[in-house]
Write a protein that binds this ligand. Structure first.
Ligand SMILES: [Zn+2]
Length: 322
């Protein structure tokens, strides 16, 4: 394993801000493919750091015992936004910058801009395939899923199907994606899978376990690893959902949401999945019901809700007729 510092800048107190990349080169000759994993672009998302840890640990062991298995090259950037990760905040402290909203062409020369530019250029030059790992925010918990913008689905769906996510969600483009790492690399024909899993500032070991198996399967499928350790189980095929295949339910009242369902459970249309309460008056304001038959893959985690707050998403067993 080769350790490289992508970029180093002094911080106000002198300790350097370093972005570190770990590389596992091909055993011999030109790599069949170069795959990069990046996590921690948002400093309140730790699921990806744990996933990178699992990958580094497993790949290092393979390299030490069977180096000939490496036919391709793997790069891992586990902590892409060190100052935000140190504080557990989504944004780069002081500047308040979201470095996953300044990828691709972006003006300015502040340290967050320099760092996002360096991460982007480095991944662009050293990767044939990128996996960008995110967690959900503090408000929602998500089953492991890959999200694909419709225009890239032809290229990305076959890759996404090799991973161990529960859901592959193909969704329309929105302006908010224009300056993300995933969108800009895909635009340059470097296939980039974006993972969402778990919740902010937490680690769901079971979800990461499944993603770890899925990422190892992906490396094997792409020919980067000629074989896999025997303890990596085979992966079930994810459920693919298109925009009309996702139904959601929102709060009709402001209050406390108390869930009666668990993430990953199959629900039936109109099945009660929780309540919104008025804790001051001691009354139930509404019974929250599932918006359709299918897999509950998003669930509200933070109980304080306002009218209109998203409470749950279901991947429908059957798309509604137009
Ligand atoms: Zn994120």
């Amino acid at each position: 394993m080769k350790t490289q510092t992508l970029l180093s800048r002094a911080s106000p107190l002198g300790a350097p801000l370093n972005i570190v990349k770990q590389t596992f080169p091909a055993h011999r000759g030109k790599p069949v493919q170069r795959v990069s994993f990046v996590s921690g672009l948002h400093g309140d998302e730790f699921e990806g750091l744990y996933l990178c840890h699992r990958l580094i640990q497993a790949l290092r062991q393979i390299q030490e015992t069977q180096p000939e298995v490496f036919k391709g090259e793997v790069h891992i950037v586990p902590a892409a936004n060190p100052p935000a990760l140190n504080q557990g905040t989504r944004l780069w402290p002081f500047y308040g910058s979201d470095i996953n909203r300044m990828m691709g062409p972006h003006p300015g020369a502040s340290i967050p801009v320099q760092m996002s530019r360096e991460i982007f250029n480095n991944l662009k030059e050293s990767s044939d395939l990128v996996v960008d790992i995110h967690a959900s925010n503090l408000h929602l918990k998500e089953l492991p899923q890959i999200r694909i913008i419709e225009e890239f689905s032809e290229e990305l769906l076959p890759l996404a199907l090799q991973t161990h996510t529960d859901i592959v969600w193909i969704h329309p483009m929105a302006g908010v994606f224009e300056s993300t790492l995933g969108y800009n690399l895909n635009k340059l024909n470097i296939p980039t899978l974006v993972i969402e899993t778990g919740t902010g500032l937490r680690i769901e070991p079971d979800f990461v376990d499944r993603l770890f198996h899925g990422m190892m399967r992906l490396l094997h499928h792409q020919g980067v690893l000629a074989s896999l350790p025997s303890d990596i189980p085979s992966t079930p095929i994810p459920q693919v959902v298109y925009p009309r295949g996702v139904a959601q339910t929102s709060a009709k009242h402001s209050g406390l949401f108390v869930s009666q369902a668990s993430l990953g459970q199959r629900v039936g249309e109109d099945e009660i999945i929780g309540q919104v309460l008025d804790p001051v008056r001691g009354v139930v304001l509404e019974e929250v019901t599932a918006p359709g038959n299918g897999l509950l893959f998003t669930l509200r985690e933070q109980p304080a809700v306002h009218s209109g707050t998203l409470l749950a998403r279901v991947a429908l067993d059957r798309e509604p007729k137009p």
